[in-house]
Ligand binder design. Structure first.
Ligand code: ATP
Length: 393
């Protein structure tokens, strides 16, 4: 993470998205929140809101500050500056146990010496909830997480996924306004993790509680969350729904962090009195792709996702003005079962560049076989080209 000066203030932007939530929509608001540990700035001043009832993800590489942000929200870290509002109430100075939120940790932290039912009832007992109501709520929540009939078991008699559900039940039974989940699936194996993603989404929609998940796994964030906040070096890079992050990343960092991507060098030039983006490999791009704020001579990043590049064994015949193609030679092919990655050395007008393309193995018998050394043509829709103006960020 970059330990840059405190004085730079980043509030992060929500791109291509509905306007910021109004006070009724928002359940959480971070207002210029920052955190320093000595001379390390874990979170630079950051402002954004989480909407009521949404499944929200904080995503970013290790050390980007997501856990620190979550800990400030839950009350385990005091912010260096800024304020936190939960449901309109300023909770910045409120101790953790008085905030209307609950947390599920990556190590499930269930009590091994207690039964499942006792584990789930524990918080209610501490809160002096009467016995009858306790029993009713425990039963309800166990059914919600599909652990009916397992109340008498010890955690050691459960699978990893079931233990995770106990941890979830224990948090949900307290009926928090917000549930925080810190890498909740990271201790599970790949298959179970995928299954639990679906379970968590189902559960969240069913209970209607706002979920905030912290993860460094982009698939997890993209597949579960309504909106994702991407963090980098203690700053919010972009906050948007998954599809916007993937199809319209606002920075090179986001484009690179989410999915695979090919980058091309490019610059804004004047052509026939208009500003256009020109790249040595891709040539001149459609005028509509020129970022409005980019000045002549400014460098911009041009990018194209691998699945948007179609590799063809013969030259394209159609002359659809909406598509572009370039010849190239295959450098490498890797087989992944459902698709292949095909690395192609593209030959542009003023330079060549290796690009990665995904070729789906869609048809068993007739799938085109590509091999290294083969002459091919790469085609794409002009509208799939992304132009990222870093200077605008
Ligand atoms: P990970 O995914 O690895 O948990 P993260 O995105 O959650 O990472 P944080 O744990 O929030 O990142 O840490 C952000 C930065 O703050 C890191 O550089 C970390 O070393 C630093 N940091 C976190 N906690 C402390 C602390 N108690 N004292 C000093 N530095 C800290």
């Amino acid at each position: 993470m970059s330990e840059t000066s405190e004085t730079t203030e980043t509030t992060g932007t929500e791109t291509a998205n509905p306007p910021p939530p109004n006070a009724e929509d928002e359940i959480i608001r971070f207002d210029n929140l920052s955190k320093r540990f000595g001379d390390v700035t874990a979170v630079h001043p950051t402002s954004f809101s989480v909407r009521r009832g949404e499944f929200f993800a904080l995503l970013g590489p290790s050390g980007c500050g997501k856990t620190t942000l979550l800990r400030m929200l839950s009350g385990f870290h005091a912010p260096s500056e800024g304020r936190i509002f939960i449901d309109g109430e300023d909770v910045t100075a409120l101790p953790a146990n008085r905030r209307p939120i609950n947390m599920v940790f990556q190590s499930y932290a269930v009590f091994p010496h207690m039964s499942v039912g006792q584990n789930v009832a524990y918080g209610l007992k501490i809160a002096r909830v009467p016995k009858d109501e306790r029993a009713r709520r425990v039963e309800e929540v166990l059914s919600l997480v599909q652990l009916n009939g397992m109340a008498e078991r010890r955690p050691s008699q459960l699978s990893g996924g079931q233990q995770q559900r106990v941890a979830l039940a224990r948090a949900l039974v307290m009926q928090p306004k917000v549930l925080l989940l810190d890498e909740p699936l990271s201790a599970l194996d790949a298959k179970l993790r995928e299954h639990m993603r679906g379970e968590l989404v189902r559960l969240q929609k069913q209970v209607g509680i706002t979920f905030i998940i912290v993860t460094h796994d982009q698939d997890e964030a993209l597949s579960m969350a309504d909106r994702v906040a991407v963090m980098n070096g203690g700053r919010l890079e972009q906050l948007a729904p998954p599809q916007t992050l993937y199809e319209s990343p606002s920075s090179r960092f986001v484009a690179d962090f989410i999915g695979r991507i090919n980058f091309f060098a490019a610059r804004v030039v004047a052509e026939n009195g208009a500003r256009v983006v020109a790249s040595p490999v891709l040539g001149t791009l459609a005028p509509a792709l020129t970022p409005p704020s980019a000045a002549e001579g400014e460098e911009v990043t041009v990018a194209l996702r691998p699945e948007k590049i179609e590799v063809q064994a013969s030259p394209p015949t159609g002359d659809d003005p909406r598509t572009r193609s370039l010849p190239g030679v295959i450098a490498e092919v890797s087989y992944y079962g459902d698709y292949c990655t095909v690395e192609v050395d593209l030959r542009g007008a003023e330079g060549s560049q290796r690009v990665t393309s995904f070729v789906p193995n869609a048809i068993r018998e007739t799938g085109v076989q590509f091999s290294p050394g083969q002459e091919v043509w790469c085609a794409w829709w002009s509208s799939d080209i992304l132009v990222i103006d870093e200077a605008a960020n």
